[in-house]
Write a protein that binds this ligand. Structure first.
Ligand code: SAM
Length: 257
C-alpha cells in the first residue's frame, strides 16, 4: 500500500489554499455516502459538543466557524446561537455552504459566510464587532503547518477579544500514515473513494492533541477551561462502525487579558 499512498499524495497541489479550493471545486455530493471524508452526514458529533458550547460561550456574541467547509457544523451552530459566521479559505467551499444552507432552510438572519484565509495577517478584521466573537473550529488545525497554526491562533486571539471563547475539536490519531488510512478502511485491495480523494488532493494531515494545544495556545496567554478526548465522526466507508470514528481532542480556551 505504501507506494500507492506515496504516488497519490504526490499529486496534491503544494500551495495549501489552492489544494483546498480545487478539492471543494470537485465535490458534488456531501453527507453520508457522499464524497467528503470528514462529513458523517449527521448531527451526532455536534450534539456531543452542544452542552460544552452552551456552558462556556457568551450567547451575546456571534460564533465564527473557522474553516467551515460546506457548512454542516455552521448550520448546526445556527440552531443554537443567534449569529453565526462561517469562514473558509476556499471560495468553492463557501459557495457550497451558502447553497446548502438555502436548501436546508437555515434562517438567513442567523447565518452568513465569508471567504478568508485565517492564517493571513489581519484576517480577523471586521468579522465581529468590538465585543469580539466566540470561535468554533473543527478539523482545521491538524491540517495546517505548525507556523500556520500559530498565525491562525493569533487571529483567533484578536477575534475573541475580551469576552470570546474558542472551542476546538481536532483529530489526534497516533500512528503512521499507513495506520491512519488502514483505520479508515484502506486495504491492499483498495482505498474507499472519499479517502482516496483526500489523499490525492489535499495536504497530508497531522494530529492535534494536548501537546499541540499547549504549544499554540500556551497557558501564559490562554486560560484552558476544559479539554478531553472526543471521537471525530467521518463518512462511514466500511461496514465496521468503529472505523468511521477517529480518536480526537477537544479544548475550550479563552485569551487572558
Ligand atoms: C477538514 S476540513 C473541515 C471542514 C469543517 N470544519 C468540518 O468539520 O466539516 C478543513 C477546512 O479548513 C479549510 N481551511 C484550510 N486552511 C484554511 C485557512 N488557512 N483559513 C480558512 N480555512 C481554511 C479548508 O478549506 C476546509 O474546508
Amino acid at each position: 500500500m505504501i507506494p500507492k499512498l506515496v504516488r497519490l499524495s504526490r499529486s496534491a497541489h503544494k500551495d495549501r489554499p489552492v489544494a483546498w479550493d480545487r478539492y471543494w471545486a470537485g465535490i458534488n455530493v456531501t453527507g453520508a455516502g457522499g464524497e467528503v471524508l470528514w462529513d458523517s452526514g449527521t448531527d451526532n458529533e455536534f450534539l456531543g459538543y452542544k452542552d460544552v458550547l452552551v456552558r462556556h460561550l457568551d450567547p451575546e456574541l456571534p460564533v465564527v466557524d473557522v474553516g467551515c467547509g460546506h457548512g454542516s457544523f455552521t448550520r448546526a451552530l445556527a440552531g443554537v446561537f443567534p449569529g453565526v459566521i462561517g469562514v473558509d479559505v476556499s471560495a468553492h467551499a463557501v459557495n457550497r455552504a451558502r447553497a446548502e444552507s438555502v436548501l436546508a432552510g437555515t434562517k438567513a438572519g442567523r447565518l452568513r459566510y465569508e471567504v478568508r484565509d485565517m492564517t493571513a495577517p489581519g484576517a480577523a478584521t471586521g468579522l465581529a464587532g468590538e465585543r469580539g466573537a466566540n470561535i468554533f473550529i473543527r478539523g482545521v488545525l491538524h491540517v495546517l503547518s505548525s507556523g500556520d497554526q500559530l498565525a491562525l491562533v493569533e487571529n483567533l486571539r484578536l477575534l475573541a477579544g475580551r469576552r470570546g471563547t474558542v472551542f476546538l475539536a481536532e483529530t489526534n490519531f497516533q500512528g503512521n500514515p499507513v495506520d491512519y488510512v488502514s483505520h479508515l478502511g484502506a486495504t491492499a485491495k483498495g482505498i474507499p473513494a472519499p479517502l482516496e480523494r483526500a489523499i490525492r488532493e489535499l495536504p497530508m494531515p497531522g494530529h492535534f492533541g494536548p501537546a499541540e494545544r499547549s504549544r499554540v495556545l500556551p497557558d501564559e496567554t490562554w486560560e484552558l477551561l476544559e479539554d478531553g478526548a472526543v471521537a471525530i465522526q467521518t463518512n462511514p466507508m466500511t461496514d465496521v462502525a468503529a472505523q468511521s470514528l477517529i480518536p480526537g481532542y477537544y479544548a475550550v480556551a479563552r485569551p487572558r487579558s
